[in-house]
Design a protein around this ligand. Structure first.
Ligand SMILES: Nc1ncnc2c1ncn2[C@@H]1O[C@H](COP(=O)(O)OP(=O)(O)OP(=O)(O)O)[C@@H](O)[C@H]1O
Length: 226
């Protein structure tokens, strides 16, 4: 059956009396980048969290690979979670400061039972290489990497799960301008190679114009233009 990778209908997220996301709808195909753009507080991150079911929505539907997620239990969601991975703004915040990069990248493989003592380390090295990090960086801890290198390591960790969808929440906003283009180019290459769908949250219009295939503009929790 032919369905979009992600089909979001009438999504609602409330925090007490605040309606952060107010009946937002959009679709995203495999291999496509859809940007959520808009000013601070318009509901972009709340939309991202609700799509990932990290914050259960208060209304609407989120259909991922044809399956409605909002009615699934945590247990039913567990096998789907590796297929939709977040990459957050703070590259250091998404990796444990105590763990070496190679362990952070290996963890999703181990959790999913895809770890093989013989091949596992080579798979980690391959993932690091794929994101432009020399595999020797696997010995380091996050604080021993630059922001850009750390974001690349976070992307390698996300890829280790075998995702179809990456939810990129301001993935380059915390990075120096000089390293932003490198990380965005990496994301473009990975999308071409793996056919990933990207839900790309970004407040920077210039970046959005360059990177996204389509844009949903948000204001006060609503999609004002799709
Ligand atoms: N955990 C929370 N508790 C209460 N209100 C929240 C919470 N998270 C977000 N909000 C409110 O929901 C609204 C939307 O916030 P959200 O973070 O989704 O917007 P955003 O567009 O991602 O903003 P930013 O670009 O600043 O991250 C805002 O009014 C915000 O204050």
């Amino acid at each position: 059956m032919n369905h979009p990778l992600l089909d979001v209908r009438d999504l609602v997220v409330r925090y007490g009396p605040v309606t952060a996301v107010d009946e937002v709808s959009f679709t995203l195909d495999a291999g496509e980048t859809l940007a959520l753009n808009g000013p601070s507080g318009c509901g972009k991150s709340s939309t991202a969290l609700a799509v990932l079911q990290l914050r259960r929505p208060d209304g609407g539907q989120v259909r991922f690979e044809g399956r409605e997620l909002t009615t699934l239990t945590e247990r039913e969601l567990r096998p789907l979670r590796p297929r939709m991975q977040p990459v957050f703004q703070d590259p250091y915040g998404s990796l444990s400061p105590r763990h070496r990069i190679r362990d952070a990248v290996a963890e999703p493989l181990k959790v999913q039972g895809g770890w093989d003592r013989a091949d596992g380390p080579a798979r980690v090295a391959e993932l690091l290489d794929r994101v432009g990090l020399d595999p020797s960086y696997g010995d380091r801890r996050p604080h021993e990497l630059s922001g850009g290198q750390c974001q690349r390591a976070g992307i390698a960790r996300a890829l280790a799960s075998g995702p179809r969808l990456l939810v990129l929440d301001e993935p380059v906003s915390a990075l120096d301008a000089s390293v932003r283009a490198g990380v965005l180019n990496l994301l473009c290459d990975l999308q071409d190679e793996l056919g990933l769908g990207y839900l790309f949250i970004c407040h920077d219009r210039a970046v959005v114009r360059h990177f996204a295939d389509r844009v949903v503009e948000m204001r006060d929790g609503r999609a004002v233009r799709a």
